[in-house]
Design a binder for this molecule. Sequence first.
Ligand code: KE4
Length: 446
Amino acid sequence: MERSRKLQARAAGLLPGGVDSPVRAFRAVGGDPPFVARAQGAYLWDVDGNRYLDCFGSWGPMILGHAFPPVVEAIREAAAKSASFGASHAGEGDLAELVRRCFPSVERLRFVSSGTEACMSAIRLARGFTGRKFVIKFEGCYHGHADALLVKAGSGIATLGIPGSAGIPEETAMHTLALPYNDLQAVETAFALHPGQIACVIVEPVVGNAGTIVPETGYLAGLRRITREHGALLILDEVMTGFRLSLGGAQQIYGIDPDLTTLGKILGGGLPCGAFGGRADVMEFLAPLGPVYQAGTLSGNPLAMAAGIATLRHLIEHQGEIYTELENTTAAIADGVTELAREAGVAMTTNRVGSMWTWFFTADAVTDFAQASKSDTDRFGRFHRRMMEAGVWLPPSQFEAAFLSAAHGPVEVALLLEAAREALPNEWQSGTISAAPETSGSGNRI
Ligand code: KE4
């Protein structure tokens, strides 16, 4: 881990915490993050030559595996024509048509450069369209780092155990109502307390940013009913679930017709890309047609469009086997470790939808963020470090979802279960793992 440590020391003098996104700093799990040199298929290699089985996939985008040849070729071909035009080009329409094929509720959409931009723009549009100020979100859900949405958020906010973020005036946060997930009564009450004032409800249809939390039967349909009754827009934040849980994301699985949908991650095939879209009458409130302003230098970037087109075309063409294999491989891993935990006497609750899952170190059900927060995050941290030492890179937070790719197969299932078989009992019974080791272990040398 020598070269990683040198790069980390340099990064610490250049980037706050040595990272460009807080969760990458491994603060919640201890140990030092390896610096990645390259990745291929289901694996990452760090700059010291250690190999890791990748179970976070760049936080979701890499559903086809790293350096998937058709995606690499598409990016290479696009790059030769310039990295950016700042002007209209065919790729925007090509990708938009593929999105609409997967998400019939998206009648119009606009590309942006991140999920944050997509969610930030969607709530501005909802406020502009309805003329209302209040936004409902849910505790533990994360919709990017726009001010109005960093209230009781999940992901890095939950990971760092901070209530929100400094730098957000209460005048901004006061119009965000953060409610418990999976509680329709709380939503009914909020609308009763704020009649005619709530512009939208934004929700992760399957929560990934509190760890994975699954909607209870009828919950999403209830949100759809209540928002319709009160003239508020329903925004499904499918940045994580879109193209992940199925080609049409969670809305396809749960049969929900939202007013707006936000997308990202897989949409760009690993390049910076997000989108928001939905009802044409709502989207046409956007400039240059309407009064709601939104813009972006690199929106619809030709390389991101090319990577997204190559990714979605492959997912569409091979959807039968890809989603079936993702389901089977993830079930083998998620359920396999759950069984190993039971055998080792380790309290573990596993939440999973398709190839997105979380092992919570708690004996109780996890149906909202309050319950997720009762997990033993220290135990998760020690398990994470043990798995890193065995060459398995899990997301470095109890409050994140793990993901597999189409490149993961039986070999990877066996590798992960073997690592967990060693990690769980040691981590649990003997407590032999010292305090955060100087390095996060050697992984598997290639
Ligand atoms: P980005 O701005 O990071 O592209 O997307 C924000 C976002 C919006 N909505 C959902 C449901 C998301 O999961 C995200 C971002 N996810 C986190 C991981 N849970 C990004 C990883 C990070 O912050 O480093």
